[in-house]
Design a protein around this ligand. Structure first.
Ligand SMILES: [Fe+2]
Ligand SMILES: [Fe+2]
Length: 135
């Protein structure tokens, strides 16, 4: 698992949200390290669970900001968040029950989703929030 470096292109311009994204990227790296070092299933499940928990908190922050600043695409954006949490739950369940998913596949899914969501949906949201005076 490669280490995901924080890049300025991931910044959306709203400080609190950028800090939360950094933390999510940090958790992704912690997970990648645990997988790379062959930590046991319980340790890996624990980190996935922690990431899910933090993602729920983070999504709430974004959803409240979108509501407060009357962002047009907020319901579509929230749907993406909800679908992600469901997929993480499914993945965690499959890992737990020894289903046909590897920790590496879970990591790759989390990585791809997070980076793509930040670069596309969160950036578009950020442009609106910044234009509405958030920083
Ligand atoms: Fe986000
Ligand atoms: Fe988002």
């Amino acid at each position: 698992m490669e280490t995901v470096l924080w890049a300025s292109e991931l910044e959306i311009g709203v400080k609190s949200i950028d800090e939360q994204h950094r933390r999510l990227v940090g958790m992704l790296n912690t997970l990648g390290k645990a997988i790379g070092e062959n930590h046991g299933k319980d340790a890996i499940m624990g980190i996935v669970e922690e990431m899910k928990h933090y993602a729920v908190y983070h999504f709430k922050t974004e959803e409240e900001a979108m509501e407060a600043k009357d962002y047009q695409k907020r319901s579509q954006h929230k749907q993406e968040h909800d679908a992600f949490i469901e997929q993480v739950l499914d993945a965690a369940e499959a890992l737990e029950s020894g289903g046909n998913i590897t920790p590496e596949q879970v990591w790759a899914f989390l990585y791809k989703w997070l980076v793509e969501h930040i670069l596309e949906s969160d950036k578009a949201m950020g442009t609106h929030l910044v234009a509405q005076g958030m920083q």
